[in-house]
Design a protein around this ligand. Structure first.
Ligand SMILES: *[C@@H]1O[C@H](CO)[C@@H](O)[C@H](O)[C@H]1NC(C)=O
Ligand SMILES: *[C@@H]1O[C@H](CO)[C@@H](O)[C@H](O)[C@H]1NC(C)=O
Ligand SMILES: *[C@@H]1O[C@H](CO)[C@@H](O)[C@H](O)[C@H]1NC(C)=O
Length: 647
């Protein structure tokens, strides 16, 4: 009796408690959990940020600019075709300073040599080359600042050079040679030993990957001339031919790159006429057809697209040009600050002598040499792959392309490697294996991983069998070129900053790599280059800089866009190219020339457009600004913009 109500009361109260739990009590509990979870996440994030945060930037001093020395100005060569690039090299006053990363001695580069920007590049502006079509065009339009070169100017200069070659002359760099009548000079320092040429000299194709909409600045044009001339006049143990692989964007697909007229129209808007004979055209749909690769890892990025499959065009070139024993793939935004013959001679010598390597590190000064080599294997043998950045393991790395393994039976557990950046020197044997893997086996990886991985998978490729390790395996060498680091770090610390303790491609080294002069997100490569360009006495030592993005354009851009805006507001029919012209007739002159040479009216403001007719100027400007940024960029977790590949 007594119990009943009590029980009932208890029962009541306990059921009240349950109700409490199911309403505000549960909410409170959930809140507590949410709070704990949030705190946990915040703490984890804080720990992560503390780990990747570049603390050293707060306390380490900035490095002195050891790569730039002040050297008195020398007269710039005006010899034209008799110009010998190595004769323009100067001696640095202070040869003792050394690079914190890499080594001049090990890399075989001359630490005592340096160049003024003017001594290296300005000789190519001389009239004696009979290559004045751009300058003459600037004069015709009343453009006073001859250092400003834009794609519009190139288009119009090309048009004039095509139709009035005597008034707007250009040189054919693919045929230019130093006449034997030129005075022979004793070179103060010849980096490459003119080796005794054997019966068969090996032939190297130096390929530069370019695309429609690439920004041709004066620096880009002069750099290209220098690169070609330095390699054409070099005394090297091999012959080098320079080629440009031009990617035709689909935006121009109403012209065909397979017809002579189409090719001419594409070239006119994309490449200075002096380099036309070196150009091979290709397009992405061609690669998609030829290389039916699996893979849909990232939306909007085709497995064989020009971004993920950036070496497919290089493979095609190698297949179509059996005359070359090896191929160098070079990005347009890389600069070597000494002559290219010096670089290639040094790379070839180092790679030939060095043992075969697997995973490698950034070589830090005063640290013991990278012990990643495979014993003495492959010393004094021709290399198959030379890379310019360390070879690392992408597995469990957090790399953006870590899980992008397509067509391999082992999937993500497949043994592989990656080296950030796509400047590479590849043997024909390696190129043919790449071709087999992609075209026949339909296997692929992101293009920064496919070549180093090929080396790790040599045994799966059924290369020739033999007792010799180097016949059965590819020989890979990482060339330890000297690099600048923005901060003064003791070697041990620098080593820790740049090199993870394991072979992994580790994300927490990323910040430190940005402070080096050769990394796709380098903050100092462009600064160093800019100082070299603008400080007349700055004499730079041999250094590979990457990336160098149109330095002339960045200073010019605001001026141009305000001019463009003025053009829009005033509504005058003035062409973009004429905004900087003092000549009132500038636009009329261009219109009349287009009418005369192409038999059509010019009804757009932007000449270098691939499109022949365009009433959508603004849209096209936008498109072009997207296209021209197409570049191999993101490797860590930020997603690439699929626009960059879709053209
Ligand atoms: C360069 O060539 C000369 C003569 O052919 C030879 O005596 C010399 O040892 C070579 N130097 C180097 C660094 O290979
Ligand atoms: C690109 O290549 C495809 C396949 O070969 C071809 O059909 C297309 O016309 C090409 N585009 C241009 C602009 O030539
Ligand atoms: C391509 O690779 C496969 C497997 O590795 C091999 O059996 C075949 O012979 C190779 N083909 C060529 C043309 O090299």
């Amino acid at each position: 009796m007594f119990r009943g109500p009590r029980l009932a009361a208890e029962g009541h109260s306990s059921s009240d408690e349950v109700e409490d739990m199911s309403a505000p009590g549960l909410v409170q509990q959930l809140r507590r959990w949410a709070l704990t979870l949030t705190l946990g996440l915040v703490a984890a994030l804080a720990v992560h940020l503390a780990r990747v945060f570049p603390w050293y930037r707060l306390y380490l001093g900035k490095s002195p600019l050891w790569s730039l020395q002040q050297v008195a100005l020398q007269p710039v060569s005006n010899e034209g075709l008799c110009f010998s690039p190595n004769s323009a090299a100067l001696r640095t006053a202070d040869a003792a300073s050394t690079a914190p990363i890499g080594s001049y001695v090990t890399a075989g580069l001359d630490d005592g040599r340096c160049f003024h920007y003017a001594s290296r590049f300005e000789p190519y502006l001389n009239h004696d080359w009979k290559n004045t079509y751009i300058t003459k065009t600037q004069e015709r339009l009343g453009l006073q600042d001859h250092t400003i070169v834009t794609n519009d100017l190139i288009w119009y200069s090309n048009l004039l050079a095509e139709h009035e070659p005597s008034a707007y002359p250009h040189i054919e760099w693919s045929k230019a040679t130093r006449p034997s009548s030129c005075p022979t000079r004793k070179l103060s320092s010849s980096p490459s030993n003119a080796s005794t040429r054997e019966n068969k000299i090996s032939r190297v194709a130096f390929l530069l990957r370019c695309y429609q909409g690439f920004d041709w600045t004066q620096d880009a044009v002069l750099h290209m001339r220098a690169l070609i001339w330095e390699l054409r006049t070099a005394r090297l143990a091999f012959d080098v031919d320079v080629h440009l692989l031009l990617e035709v964007k689909e935006a121009a697909s109403h012209v065909s790159m397979f017809s002579a007229a189409g090719r001419r129209q594409i070239l006119r808007g994309s490449i200075p006429i002096e380099f036309w004979s070196m150009v091979t055209l290709w397009n992405e749909s061609e690669m998609l057809l030829r290389y039916p690769l699996y893979g849909d890892l990232r939306a909007g990025i085709a497995a064989a697209g020009s971004y993920r499959g950036c070496l497919l065009a290089v493979q095609r070139f190698a297949v179509e040009h059996p005359e070359y024993d090896s191929v160098i793939n070079w990005e347009m935004d890389t600069r070597f600050t000494d002559t290219y013959d010096h670089l290639l001679a040094a790379v070839q010598k180092y790679a030939f002598r060095h043992q075969a390597q697997t995973y490698t590190k950034w070589p830090v000064k005063d640290r013991e040499e990278d012990a990643s080599g495979i014993g003495e294997q492959c010393k004094d043998k021709t290399p198959d792959v030379v890379v310019f950045s360390p070879v690392r393991d992408p597995q469990d790395s957090g790399w953006y392309w870590e899980y992008d393994v397509q067509g391999y039976a082992g999937m993500e557990s497949t043994t592989r490697a990656a080296s950030v950046g796509t400047n590479l020197w590849l043997s024909r044997r390696a190129l043919m294996a790449l071709e087999n893997v992609t075209a026949t086996q339909h296997q692929s990886l992101f293009c920064e991983a496919i070549v180093p991985s090929l080396v790790f998978r040599s045994t799966a490729l059924s290369l020739e069998t033999s007792d010799d390790y180097c016949t059965e395996h590819f020989k890979l060498v990482h060339y330890p070129h000297p690099m600048a680091f923005q901060y003064q770090a003791p070697p041990d610390q620098l080593d820790r900053l740049l090199n993870p303790s394991s072979a992994k491609l580790a994300k927490h080294n990323e910040e430190a790599l940005k402070d080096t002069s050769y990394y796709y997100t380098s903050t100092i490569a462009g600064q160093l280059y800019g100082r070299w360009q603008t400080e007349t006495k700055a004499c730079i030592k041999p250094l590979l800089l990457h990336p160098i993005k149109s330095p002339a354009r960045s200073s010019e851009a605001p001026r141009r866009s305000s001019k463009i805006l003025t053009g829009w507001l005033t509504g005058e029919g003035s062409l973009h190219l004429c905004y900087a012209s003092a000549d009132q007739q500038c636009s009329d002159t261009i219109r009349a020339d287009v009418q005369r040479y192409l038999g059509r009216k010019l009804d757009r403001r932007n000449l270098a457009e691939p499109s022949a007719i365009s009433s959508h100027d603004t849209q096209n400007d936008y498109r072009r600004s997207i296209d021209s940024e197409q570049e191999l960029r993101p490797i860590w977790v930020q997603a690439p913009d699929p626009e960059h590949t879709s053209g």
